[in-house]
Design a protein around this ligand. Sequence first.
Ligand SMILES: NC(=O)c1ccc[n+]([C@@H]2O[C@H](COP(=O)([O-])OP(=O)(O)OC[C@H]3O[C@@H](n4cnc5c(N)ncnc54)[C@H](O)[C@@H]3O)[C@@H](O)[C@H]2O)c1
Length: 364
Amino acid sequence: MGMKTYRVAIIGCGRPAGSDDRTGAARGYAHWKGYAATGRCALVGLADIREENAQAFAAENGDPAAPPRIFTDYRAMLREVRPDIVSVCTWPALHAEMVIAAAESGARGIHCEKPMAPTWGEARQMAEAARRHSCALIFSHQRRFEPSFRAARRLVREGAIGTLRNLEASCANLFDWGTHWFDMMNFYNDDTDVRWVMGQIDLRAGRRIFGALVEDQGLSYYRYANGVTGLLTTGADGNLGVQNRLIGSDGIIELGVATREGTRVPLRIRGAGDADWRVPDLAADRPQAPGGTMGALSADLLRFLDDEGSPEPELGLSRALRATELIFATYESARRRARVDLPLQIEDSPLVQLAEAGAIGTPA
Ligand SMILES: NC(=O)c1ccc[n+]([C@@H]2O[C@H](COP(=O)([O-])OP(=O)(O)OC[C@H]3O[C@@H](n4cnc5c(N)ncnc54)[C@H](O)[C@@H]3O)[C@@H](O)[C@H]2O)c1
């Protein structure tokens, strides 16, 4: 059986590992490793405003017999290469224009880095473009393929902590990292609709991560349609000491538990009948596909592209939108000083707007 080979292009290559002038994590390399692990992808195009980044990427990952074409203008790349799949690995402010251009160029699949975009309006425009062009759009909420997070959801589904009641998480900020935790809490709760969000943000210093403004401390409390509650606390002073906590009627699961020795326990559970915490074996929760997390999520995208009647990719648009809506609904609750009922009806980023108005936080 001849399985289709997909022609892949990457926008935003980053610097190779070990370079002393890195500007970020060079996610393009991780994306390509995922595609390569499927054995069904050819690297045909690279775009980067720093041509040397694309050259280095091609030298490390390109097929010498059929090297990828290199561009400094991503629009020219889309026009001339017409890739089947495009990865967008630039900073958030560029995601919307690049995803929309890729969808308009006829790409069948797009894998864009998280967070979706710095405003809720741009996130919705990306979604609209993908739907209009019937393009499968996924976002790098890759923890849905990582063993500890999969194990947590499996244990919930098996009833190991009884009925799920409350989800808690903490991290640096609601946007850059928070998008992962909102997505994980949705994942544990079977992507159930959220009814309302109460939030607060403090912006006393004002930091930028990958060019995007983030709060110094934040709080998001929300309720799902099935009654489960979510709580995300952000900033160093708001840290819960665990990355995620799942509280059920008969037990608790914790992920990313900081130990006194400064390491982290990936997952521990104290269920009904457990006298103490136990650390379950995660072997059964490793994805089947080769290439680890990135291989598995790439295989899942190809699975959908092979048969577009099959279920949406695990990292698909509807799930990315749910996580993103929670970010902006939290900001909006801070702006309105009130509970926000979903769906969220705004276009801007209340965080940016509040910062510009000097309306939150205290002077540094
Ligand atoms: N999923 C994750 O776990 C994870 C981890 C780290 C970063 N990220 C996200 O990945 C995204 C990219 O971050 P990174 O760390 O890979 O960045 P990076 O700085 O390592 O790479 C970005 C690349 O984009 C290029 N670029 C900038 N403007 C461009 C343009 N107009 N056209 C083409 N190329 C352009 C830069 O020259 C650079 O090579 C961010 O949104 C970030 O939040 C995700």
